[in-house]
Write a protein that binds this ligand. Structure first.
Ligand code: TPP
Ligand code: MG
Length: 324
């Protein structure tokens, strides 16, 4: 992989981690309205997949745990932070918050409070891309819990029936809220369900950026070339609770073990420095640059205005720009 591509991958993963760790501390102050679900620990998944996607022709649909997907799809980090703080400078003018960040100009169709809400949207986006004929691809991210929703299974079926340029990325972090995937995923493997729908299904180590990047590259290429959809099960761990405030009584030492032995950023750093593809000072410089960006994003979000009563009446209907 080229040096600039490696640096981009590291910068994206580091930005997601720093964004989420900062939100963890900021949320505890009580200044952030609404719910926040953190993506820390899962960075290699969003990054490894979205690095294959373009802003203009490719679309993604996300989940309630959407910050990482947004950052990896190039949504402006400062606009995201402002959105989470409910400010007018936010990506949705402060009206959506953490769970509804969207940026259609970047092909980010939205975080989503509805578990299993993303896959049907992606069938629509993939059908649109197929009609346009521009090689566009649509990717749905969903969790192990989302994989059991009827909407997801119907979407897998439709994607095959319509031979859509779609990729389904099941992020299996072992839990849906407090329910273990080992109990709730019938048949035990999300990836294995792909064969029932006539598409390839692969399982990848979600702590390994390179493994995700490779599997996603094949799936995106397959979709772009008109060969149809793929299901990828990415196995990983979330480092924080289901939501901020979750006491996590349902799990013990797995997070400490993952942080110590599996962490995607540590593994990436070890691999690229051992192979001498990047140096530690280059990576440290990215860390410092990202830390500054997050500091600025929080300061600017806190200083930005909140919506007024009059703002309640805007953004209610969308204008599609259809001439009268
Ligand atoms: C249709 C629907 N059912 C239930 C919920 C409540 N809920 C929110 S997140 C969640 C768990 C989702 O688990 P998973 O899909 O594995 O994603 P993760 O939180 O692990 O990233 C549930 C049940 C919801 N938001 N929408
Ligand atoms: Mg889960």
């Amino acid at each position: 992989m080229e040096e600039k591509v490696l640096l981009r991958a590291y910068r994206t993963m580091r930005t997601i981690r720093a964004f989420e760790e900062r939100l963890h501390t900021e949320f505890a102050t009580g200044d952030i309205p609404g719910f926040v679900h953190l993506y820390a620990g899962e960075e290699a998944s969003a990054t490894g997949v979205c690095m294959h996607l373009d802003d203009d022709r490719d679309a993604i649909a996300s989940t309630h745990r959407g910050h990482g997907h947004c950052i990896a799809k190039n949504v402006d980090v400062k606009a995201m932070m402002a959105e989470i703080y409910g400010r007018t400078t936010g990506s949705c003018h402060g009206k959506g918050g953490s769970m509804h960040i969207a940026d259609l100009a970047k092909g980010m169709l939205g975080a989503n409070g509805i578990v299993g809400g993303g896959p049907p949207l992606i069938c629509g986006a993939a059908l649109a891309a197929k009609q346009r004929g521009d090689g566009g691809v649509a990717v749905a991210f969903f969790g192990d819990g989302g994989s059991n929703q009827g909407t997801t299974l119907e979407s897998l079926n439709l994607a095959t029936v319509w031979q859509l340029p779609a990729v389904f990325v099941a992020e299996n972090n072992g839990y849906a809220e407090a329910t273990a995937a080992s109990w709730s995923v019938g048949g035990g493997s999300i990836a294995a369900r792909a064969s029932a729908f006539g598409m390839p299904g692969v399982t990848v180590d979600g702590f390994d950026f390179f493994a995700v990047h490779e599997a996603a590259g094949e799936a995106v290429e397959r979709a772009r070339s008109g060969a149809g959809p793929t299901l990828i099960e990415v196995q990983l761990t979330r480092y924080y609770g289901h939501f901020e405030g979750d006491q996590q009584t349902y799990r013990a030492t797995e997070v400490q073990e993952a942080r110590a032995h599996l962490d995607c950023l540590k593994r990436f750093r070890a691999r690229v420095t051992e192979s001498a593809e990047l140096t530690a000072p280059e990576l440290d410089a990215v860390d410092a640059e990202v830390a500054r960006l997050i500091d600025e994003a929080v300061a600017e979000a806190k200083a930005a205005p909140e919506p007024t009563r009059a703002d309640l009446e805007t953004d209610v209907y969308i204008s599609y720009g259809i001439p009268h």
